[in-house]
Design a protein around this ligand. Structure first.
Ligand SMILES: [Zn+2]
Length: 182
């Protein structure tokens, strides 16, 4: 299906040709060379999300996700970039990323626009993205809503209250020791 309001009609057309011709099959992972299945349900999912089929097996994709984003309840003490004080974070102390404590990160005392810059079309996107990523402050622990502040040792919560050591919860209260892996 091509969205008539798409800003990338050529991409969508090419993607839909791939997806329309895709049949359930087995594929070899480009990273570990293991064989993995592309099921009919997977193809429906790719069509729904409008994404191409994966080149990596589920395990290698999971490694890649965890390499980008620690949401599996592994915590460290790391220096708050603003104050130098050690705070609980999902970033390890030797990580090069800058962190702010959660309350400050969500506050209006700073803004992402302070770190704005022009895009250089002569350089690779990922090179520029990583440079920006290393410059902007990240929340010490990521949550999806500014009200999520009194949920110690938890991560990736939305509208949560009094949770402890819990990840990936939304509209929850009094949840303790829940680890969701996907
Ligand atoms: Zn693999």
């Amino acid at each position: 299906m091509i969205n008539q309001y798409s800003k990338t009609p050529n991409f969508n057309k090419a993607l839909n040709e791939i997806l329309d011709n895709l049949k359930p099959h087995q594929k070899i992972c480009q990273q570990c060379q293991n064989v993995f299945d592309i099921f009919a349900e997977d193809i429906e999912f790719y069509k729904m999300l409008q994404v191409p089929p994966p080149k990596l097996c589920p395990e290698c994709r999971k490694q890649r996700r965890f390499g980008f984003y620690n949401n599996i309840l592994k915590f460290y003490k790391k220096e708050n970039t603003l104050t130098g004080e050690k705070i609980i974070s999902t970033f390890s102390p030797d990580s090069p990323y800058k962190i702010f404590d959660l309350k400050y990160w969500w506050s209006d005392k700073w803004g992402g626009e302070d770190y704005g810059r022009d895009y250089d079309f002569n350089k690779s996107f990922f090179e520029q993205f990583q440079k920006l990523n290393l410059t902007i402050p990240h929340p010490a622990i990521t949550h999806y809503w500014k009200g999520v502040v009194d949920n110690p040792y938890s991560i990736s919560l939305l509208n949560a209250k009094n949770c402890y050591f819990t990840n990936l919860g939304g509209y929850v209260e009094n949840i303790h020791y829940i680890l969701v892996l996907f």
